[in-house]
Design a protein around this ligand. Structure first.
Ligand code: OGA
Ligand code: MN
Length: 302
């Protein structure tokens, strides 16, 4: 046996084969162990991650020794990193990683009254990241460095499971609809949106029902950015969108991530909604870093 072949086999097992996936909710979600997301990311591991995302929608990887560099490498391995629409909209700057929380540095944090803290409360409305972009997000990757002693969780639901719970005639009634998603519509309820930023994000038409390209399972795609149904009155639009959001986000269908430092979560924005549960920024520090991978194209071309 040539020297080294044994090591190749062992390495492969560690990189992809040893990945253990344990479901955490009946609808979706899994805790994944046996994977170091900060180590080498060979094609077998990347493919195993894509497959797990397609199947489980939300993946929790505890105890990751993450860094910004490693998170950006992981993001690039999964596809094209998506730039912050906030920085780009306001100043034209391109940045691919951002802080979620109130931490500025080891000594300094933003308090409740800070406009940045207030604006981030927009994340406490159920949403799918970047559903208001022409090419919306495939996945988000969020890593926890510092977490509040109380609150500061993130809740998830599956819009695939919700679609599956609709009656066949309800599914048929929504299958071909298109929806306008509008960041200014949703987020200006929470905090003013800077003029440059608002001007950079016109409302975008998306398919209401999306299909996973790997296994063909379908899901609806709404959340707080969903503003109206194309061709429908405002009243009828809101009735349907509010009903679909309410149906998907009922308490019994939620999975709540109580963050611990070292947790990395990857979620599929194509088929899930999430929201922050909130925390007291006057009392606690929260330091999480977020990246996103751009989706494969406009939903209307899927
Ligand atoms: C996000 C987000 C919620 C939270 O990072 O996209 O919505 O709990 N986070 O901070
Ligand atoms: Mn989000």
């Amino acid at each position: 046996m040539p020297i080294g072949s044994k090591f190749t086999i062992v390495d492969r097992r560690r990189e992809a084969g040893a990945m253990e996936i344990e479901p955490i909710h009946e609808d979706f979600g899994a805790r994944v162990s046996g994977v170091d997301l900060t180590g080498p990311l060979p094609p077998e591991l990347v493919e195993a991650l894509h497959a797990a995302i397609d199947e489980h929608s939300v993946l929790l990887f505890p105890n990751q020794e993450m860094s910004d560099e490693a998170q950006l490498l992981l993001t690039e391995a999964l596809g094209e990193p998506e730039e912050s629409h906030i920085a780009f909209g306001r100043t034209g700057e391109i940045v691919h990683i951002g802080t979620v929380g109130n931490v500025i540095d080891a000594e300094t944090k933003r308090n409740e009254a800070d406009p940045h803290t207030v604006a981030l409360k927009g994340n406490n409305l159920w949403h799918s990241d970047s559903s208001f972009r022409r090419v919306p997000s495939y996945v988000s990757i969020l890593h926890a460095y510092e977490v509040p002693a109380e609150g500061g969780g993130t809740e998830f639901v599956s819009q695939r499971a919700a679609y599956g719970r609709l009656a066949p005639e309800q599914r048929a009634a929504i299958d071909d609809l298109h929806v306008l998603h509008d960041y200014v519509f949703s987020r200006s309820k929470v905090a003013p949106v800077h003029d440059n930023h608002a001007a950079s994000l016109p409302p975008i038409e998306q398919q209401l029902v999306r299909t996973n390209p790997r296994h063909g399972h379908r899901n609806y795609y709404v959340g707080s950015h969903a503003r109206s149904i194309i061709g429908w009155s405002g009243i009828d639009s809101r009735r349907l969108i509010d009903e679909l959001n309410e149906f998907a986000t009922r308490q019994e269908h939620r999975w709540s991530q109580q963050w611990r430092p070292g947790d990395t979560v990857i979620w599929d924005n194509r088929c899930t909604l999430h929201r922050g549960t909130g925390y007291d920024a006057d009392r606690f520090r929260r330091n999480m870093r977020q990246t996103r991978v751009r989706g494969g194209g406009p939903t209307l071309e899927e």
